[in-house]
Design a protein around this ligand. Structure first.
Ligand SMILES: Cc1cc2nc3c(=O)[nH]c(=O)nc-3n(C[C@H](O)[C@H](O)[C@H](O)COP(=O)(O)OP(=O)(O)OC[C@H]3O[C@@H](n4cnc5c(N)ncnc54)[C@H](O)[C@@H]3O)c2cc1C
Length: 590
């Protein structure tokens, strides 16, 4: 099974299609498929749809990947935990998706080993966990098929001795510790960039994609959805987008769009968990994440009952800790993590760490988002309650043709669930012929033969000065797209660090010129991870805003507002910070 290779000419022409804003392209035609929402699910769906030869539009109300997808814990799960439930179907589908991402986006996804400390000889002992991990390895023997770079292959389960565990992770409880069983999952380098690479790949094959365009309501004629009434949030202009099929992939906002427009509900989709994790300033072993057995908190509100695992994960030289699940009935626009909750989460993690206490002021970033806690079958016909994405064909459920809803439950499943959604589209549009297998097709940027050689082509002047190895970061974020920085004269001249920052001027220029970045947040949270693990400092943000001002003609007031809106995202001594940036309208008027 070979990943489809892309020849150099094709790659160049695909990169040539830039993400420039041309709203009239949305108005001028009837699309086969219009996707509402540019999170992980919408982006994957756009890629699936163009691969089938459909004319495709995607609109995103904010920035690509700025919703739940930007707030994730960054794992692409291989499904090992489903072994516990003996749910082999989910185990295999999760594993298949993890392998697909390692294959098609090898620059943005890498394996990460997870050490699970073992105690005694019972259910938490090496023998029991080892047998489980071995069973997982046997059940997933084909998981590395088509993944050629050795560093991108999922290694088999291993064991670690007690002393090594204590040396590597000083915070693990030593009482009755026997060592650790080690399994692997995959970690996304930067989830919004992975979302964006699906968007870019879709554009490279002709999709018409715009951020800051919001679907306000569906256009219905009799019992058929014909498109949406949309609004360009940068200008306020309203217009119609016509399409044979609308795929509502608005994440936790999907239901509200349907309800507001149609006055009806999507059955059983309405229970959400607010998942939360946070980044703390503290070095950790870069090679391993650690799973610690938490204790039950929020009695009655915590979905995963009993002592569930909390994970301490290395990310950008810091530690990412989570995930907490709490049933949440407020709007996705109103997601907050209260100070009380944050302190309880801290108490819980501190309660299971030994010899180390995480202080509140070590928290650099809080991520939270709504994830559905419900399920449907694969055809969208029968809904039941579980932990799968909601795929709803409104023709079957509401007697309304032309509308499909896909509310994703795990970033991991975005590609696979999009394939399922497209199967429904194929039937409706009576498509025949072969379908490219996107689990084997490299995304734009993914065609890297030799990561080290690619890194060595980047000027060594980018080394040092900052906390991140910028040459490795460029390779991880852009993959073969690094060529663009080296060959495009405008960008090559700007391939230098913004003073004391882990970003180059060339990245800012590229984001604004070719990647539809409109705000400072678009650049520092999503096109690059400069601020994704916490505040890089006001001087750095101001320098980036100055560069964007030169490119976009911002006033001084706008630049200041942009910096403040980014800063509002970070925790203060008394507040966990905003989960997203302020509405775009409050910035564009400045
Ligand atoms: C704390 C946390 C940790 C997590 N960890 C993991 C993990 O480790 N691994 C994993 O696989 N999953 C994880 N998840 C789940 C994962 O993040 C989500 O399942 C996934 O991101 C959902 O993607 P989505 O595209 O459905 O939704 P979103 O990312 O929310 O995208 C929906 C998009 O639609 C847009 N939109 C909404 N309404 C409209 C409209 N009317 N017009 C136009 N656009 C609209 C929104 O702006 C948004 O960008 C985690 C989630 C959280 C919150």
């Amino acid at each position: 099974m070979n990943c489809a290779t892309i020849d150099a000419t094709e790659t160049a022409s695909r990169w040539g299609r830039q993400l420039t804003r041309n709203i009239s392209s949305l108005k001028d035609q009837q699309f086969d498929v219009l996707i509402v929402g540019g999170g992980s699910f919408g982006a994957c769906a756009a890629w699936e749809a163009v691969l089938r030869g459909y004319s495709v539009a995607l609109i995103e109300a904010n920035d690509f990947g700025s919703g739940t997808s930007a707030n994730s814990f960054k794992f692409l799960h291989g499904g090992i935990r489903y072994l516990q439930h003996l749910d082999l179907r989910r185990l295999w589908s999760s594993c298949k998706e993890r392998s697909a991402m390692l294959r098609i986006a090898p620059h943005l996804v890498k394996p990460l080993q997870i050490a699970m400390p073992t105690y005694g000889h019972g259910l938490r002992g090496k023998e029991f966990l080892g047998a489980g991990f071995l069973a997982y390895d046997l059940l997933t023997v084909g998981k590395n098929r088509g993944i050629y770079a050795s560093r991108k292959r999922i290694p088999p389960a291993q064991f670690m001795g007690r002393n090594e565990v204590l040396d590597r992770f000083g915070f693990v409880n030593p009482t009755q510790l026997t060592g650790a069983a080690v399994f692997s999952d995959a970690q996304m380098y930067h989830p919004p960039r992975l979302v964006f690479s699906f968007v870019q790949s879709a554009i490279s094959k002709g999709a018409c994609v715009h951020n800051y365009v919001q679907a306000k309501s569906f256009i219905r004629k009799s019992n058929r959805i014909m498109g949406v009434l949309a609004q360009d949030r940068l200008t306020g202009e309203s217009f119609e987008i016509r399409s044979k099929i609308v795929l509502n992939a608005g994440g936790p906002w999907s239901e509200r769009l349907f309800r507001d427009s149609e006055g009806r509900d999507i059955p059983d989709a309405g229970v959400y968990s607010r998942d939360t994790c946070f980044v703390i300033d503290a070095a950790t072993d870069e090679q391993y994440a650690v799973a610690l057995q938490g204790s039950s908190i929020d009695t009655g509100a915590v979905i995963d009952r009993g002592a569930r695992h909390l994970f301490v994960v290395p990310w950008r030289g810091k530690r990412l800790i989570g995930v907490w699940h709490i049933l949440y009935d407020k709007s996705p626009d109103d997601i907050q993590v209260s100070e009380d909750e944050l302190c309880r989460f801290l108490d819980e993690i501190n309660g299971v760490m030994r010899g180390e206490k995480i202080e509140r002021d070590q928290i650099r970033m809080v991520n939270a988002g709504l994830v559905p806690f419900g399920a449907s079958d694969d055809t969208g016909q029968e809904l039941d309650f579980g932990k799968k994405s909601h795929l709803v064909d409104s023709a079957r459920v509401h007697g309304l043709e032309g509308l499909i809803t896909l509310i994703g439950v795990r970033h991991t499943m975005a590609r696979g669930d999009s394939v399922k959604a497209m199967k429904i589209v194929d039937k409706k549009l009576r498509r025949s012929g072969s379908t490219p297998d996107s689990s084997k097709l490299l995304l734009l940027g993914g065609d890297v033969d030799d990561f080290r050689a690619l890194k060595n082509r980047i000027p060594s002047t980018l080394e040092g000065q900052g906390s991140v190895d910028l040459r490795s970061e460029l390779v991880a974020l852009y993959g073969s797209g690094v060529d663009k920085f080296l060959k495009d004269l405008e960008l090559r001249d700007l391939l230098r660090r913004v003073e004391s920052a882990d970003i180059t001027e060339a990245q800012i220029k590229l984001a604004v010129r070719d990647e539809q970045a409109v705000t400072l947040g678009d650049v520092v949270f999503r096109r690059t991870p400069l601020a994704a693990a916490g505040n890089p400092g006001e001087p750095v943000l101001s320098s980036c805003a100055r560069i964007m001002s030169d490119l976009l003609g911002w006033t001084q007031l706008r630049a200041e507002k942009e910096v403040q809106s980014v800063i509002a995202r970070f925790p203060t001594a008394a507040h966990s910070g905003r989960v997203s940036e302020p509405e775009i309208e409050s910035l564009v008027d400045a």
